[in-house]
Design a protein around this ligand. Sequence first.
Ligand code: ADP
Ligand code: MG
Length: 319
Amino acid sequence: MGEFDLIKQFFVRQQGQDGVVMGIGDDCAVLAPTPGMQWLVSTDMLVEGRHFLPTVAPERLGHKALAVNLSDLAACGATPRAFTLALALPRADASWLAGFSKGLFALADAHGIHLVGGDTTQGPLNIGITVMGEAPAGAALLRSGAKPGDDVYVSGSLGDARLALEVFRGSISLPGEQFAQVRAAMECPQPRVALGQALRGVASSAVDVSDGLIGDLGHILQRSAVGASLEVDLLPCSAVLATQSLALKRECGLAGGDDYELVFTAAPGQRAAVQQAAEQSATPVTRIGRIEAAAGLRLLDAEGQALAHQFSSFDHFKS
Ligand code: ADP
Ligand code: MG
């Protein structure tokens, strides 16, 4: 199977999708912007051994490669429109490609987003996706809008992906059914796209949790020039993580990574609106802390006592 047969067989679908003037097949894709909207663009790369284990099913990998990108659009409150796919493959393996494209397009279809181009080359397995979305001019959620007094919220639950990783590393073990659940959280994250859009005009800032809550909330604090206190034992966790020790729960919830939940801030006057956004998008949301003027992040336990912490979030170039 040659390069162009491969693209045609696994990645070209019907043309004439809305807003796509020219999709796959020319030197550029041509997209029509919706009047009054701004483009939001983001790229995320997945490298074998770094972002996923060789054991992951190709269908789940196709899902995850797009999911992590949609999560960035979600964090900005964007409506997904189109994406490109840069693929380095060790070989043209038809059954791998069939699984990968199945997972990829199932999620793409669920969000009404179209694959409009890409690049395909031979090499160590590496998947780069660029997503494009839209939001009304000036309405994108940014990291820079948090204000002292704002509430801090997180969607869904945190820490399951990290728990699964600990099982793969052999540091803990879980019963089969529990492992399947946390493994699905790690391999099949659900980007919070509907919540992000519902939070436009409600949240003052937002970020998605890819590298761990502390690190990603830290981006909001830095860009907004504020600090925060978090009530650590209020962090929402799954029934599986709830069975683990307090220390492991805190570690997974605060520093886990790969959660793809949204962390966002909103003025206390917006509590009802936040609740409404959560209901409208059928996404659970939990209030976990508050933004403060004093720089830095303070972690509090259930008694309001400060917690000493050395949790650090993931950094590719830190040893
Ligand atoms: P060029 O050489 O002009 O950059 P290519 O020959 O690499 O274009 O690709 C041919 C067409 O197929 C282009 O429209 C490109 O966007 C598309 N394409 C290549 N690889 C992929 C892929 N993995 N997924 C989707 N579209 C792809
Ligand atoms: Mg060209």
